[in-house]
Design a protein around this ligand. Structure first.
Ligand code: ADP
Ligand code: MG
Length: 218
């Protein structure tokens, strides 16, 4: 599925994004921000924790993806950000979109860690290092428990499709993973819906979050 989302009238160039990101966006044909991007990116770039609620297909990946890539210091070869997704398919899609958005950034390493693939080779990949991790809760939890994934330099964490992760029963795994990340991290939560469980997880893992909700008609 690849219908183009509705965009706002705001250009990406109105943000304080790194030049290489802005150039790449125009070569990708991303001219204007979608409503969720226009409302969350200014807050995200200020370093705020953000809860973003908008329907599927509204461009949530680029909203958190651009904030993540803008914050990243590629010269420091260590894990600085992580995106947690409900399924392997969604993690693969997010990694693909991040790599596309990151084309202007040389030597960036984005590693996916999902279940349903052998554990051993993932340890090897982690030993080689990465800047960004994209993965699913169960496998990420296994890695943090075994100590094969160390998150002491993490400064940005994203829970993508948080509603689905909670529905699927990943609350405990998420708590376990988040509990091993630095307290001063920036935490983002994106979701298509906002059930009560999201309210409670956001209270436990976020600091003074900015809430952005885009109506389904926008
Ligand atoms: P969501 O996570 O909200 O379901 P996605 O992040 O998967 O949505 O985005 C849906 C589609 O919109 C993707 O194909 C993506 O490449 C495209 N897209 C995102 N932002 C823009 C933009 N600003 N301009 C044009 N296309 C965009
Ligand atoms: Mg999405």
């Amino acid at each position: 599925m690849s219908t183009n989302p509705t965009t706002s009238s705001l250009a990406f160039s109105s943000l304080s994004l790194k030049e290489e990101l802005v150039k790449n966006l125009s070569s990708l044909g991303y001219e204007k921000m979608t409503p969720i991007q226009a409302k969350t990116l200014p807050e995200l770039l200020k370093g705020k924790d953000v809860i973003g609620e908008a329907k599927t297909g509204s461009g949530k990946t680029a909203a958190f993806g651009l904030a993540l890539l803008n914050k990243l210091d590629v010269k420091k070869f260590r894990i600085q950000s992580m995106v947690i997704c409900p399924t392997r398919e969604l993690a693969d899609q997010v990694a693909k979109e991040l790599r596309k958005l990151a084309r202007g950034i040389h030597n960036i390493k984005i590693l996916t860690l999902c279940g349903g693939t052998p554990f051993g080779p993932q340890i090897g990949s982690l030993e080689h290092g990465a800047h960004v991790i994209v993965g699913t809760p169960g496998r990420l939890e296994e890695h943090v428990i075994k100590g094969t994934l160390q998150l002491e330099h993490l400064n940005l964490l994203v829970l993508d499709e948080a509603d689905r992760m909670l529905e699927m029963g990943f609350q405990a795994a998420l708590d376990n993973i988040v509990g091993r990340t630095p307290l001063d991290r920036q935490t983002l939560l994106f979701s298509a819906t906002f059930p009560d469980q999201i309210q409670s997880i956001s209270e436990s893992i976020m600091t003074d979050p900015v809430m952005v909700k885009i109506a389904a008609s926008e």
